[in-house]
Design a protein around this ligand. Structure first.
Ligand SMILES: Nc1ncnc2c1ncn2[C@@H]1O[C@H](COP(=O)(O)OP(=O)(O)O)[C@@H](O)[C@H]1O
Ligand SMILES: [Mg+2]
Length: 285
């Protein structure tokens, strides 16, 4: 797409917010928070698509208790449309299963790029939020999705390794890519004080070493037995136990995010995302 055409498309587009959910360390609750958040946003009237982008440990389908029939590879082969691939979850939440090798999109033909954009465009009226459940760490793929999203949310726990690894992700995105705004969501905490403590630890270090970075405590999720129980039962905790503390706080997080207007958000989040996506790895260089 030419620059002027892209600009026009961005201006005219229905606002779709594209938010990457990331962590420094694995196992901190990214997938559960992404799915819970998607459901809570849906509960509050928003239309949500989850892009499961954790290649190694993709598991949104497992959390939902549904089996993935197709992946983006079937789409690439040309056999299936995105609509065939997407899983319908509760409350109308859609899930695009793990797109392993998505970086290869940088290598796909111009025709396929156009096809991808066209198929997504058909969805635009049907979407308010695109949540990307990324892998953990500072791998190329994680950085890529964080760069092409407009908003970034980092999940942390109070384990020292989770905090230092979260710092490493923030540092990499800030120093190498000039991305400086992050929502922080402490997970598995004892309560609000604990969440605040984690947030302050992290913001003290970034304040000291990464002066451009601005962190926003967007909410927190308490440690809640209902979460692992729901994982075992393969039913999202937000659906199975809507009144449990984790569901309540996820609801607050959704409300908070809805109340925020992301910086520089002109309405074309999805258009920009797709254009950067099909530009592939070059977006990272
Ligand atoms: N708030 C929570 N309270 C209790 N256990 C949790 C909570 N959040 C996540 N877990 C547990 O932590 C494990 C890892 O969660 P998961 O969402 O798969 O992490 P990630 O996607 O970051 O690897 C899961 O088994 C889940 O049950
Ligand atoms: Mg995960």
């Amino acid at each position: 797409m030419s620059d002027s055409k892209l600009r026009k498309a961005v201006e005219e587009a229905k606002p779709v917010r594209v938010l990457a959910v990331t962590s420094g360390k694995g196992g901190v609750g990214k997938s559960n928070i992404t799915l819970g958040l998607a459901l809570a946003l849906a509960d509050q009237g928003k239309k949500v698509l989850i892009w499961d982008a954790d290649l190694g440990l993709a598991n949104t389908d497992v959390l939902l208790g549904v089996r993935t029939k197709y992946t983006i590879h079937d789409w690439l082969k040309g056999d299936k449309s995105l609509r065939d691939i997407v899983i319908e979850g509760p409350l109308g939440v859609k899930v695009l299963p793990a797109a392993s090798g998505i970086l290869e999109l940088g290598e796909i033909s111009q025709a396929d790029k156009s096809r991808l954009i066209a198929e997504f465009e058909q969805w635009r009226e049907d979407l308010d939020f695109l949540l990307i459940d990324t892998a953990a760490g500072i791998g190329q793929n994680v950085i890529f999705f964080n760069l092409i999203a407009q908003e970034r949310l980092i999940v942390v726990t109070n384990e020292p390794t989770s905090l230092t690894d979260a710092y490493a992700v923030i540092k990499s995105l800030s120093v190498n890519h000039d991305q400086n705004q992050f929502y922080i969501v402490p997970n598995m905490v004892a309560g609000p004080k604990d969440a605040k403590g984690i947030f302050e630890l992290l913001s003290n270090v970034t304040g000291q070493f990464l002066s451009k970075v601005s962190l926003d405590l967007a909410g927190y999720v308490p440690f809640d037995e209902a979460v692992p129980a729901a994982v075992r039962g393969q039913k999202p905790f937000y659906i199975k136990e809507p009144e449990c503390p984790a569901s309540q706080k996820i609801g607050d997080l959704a409300r908070y995010l809805i109340s925020k207007t992301p910086p520089g958000f002109g309405g074309g989040g999805l258009v920009l995302f797709l254009n950067r996506l099909v530009a592939g790895q070059r977006a990272v260089d």
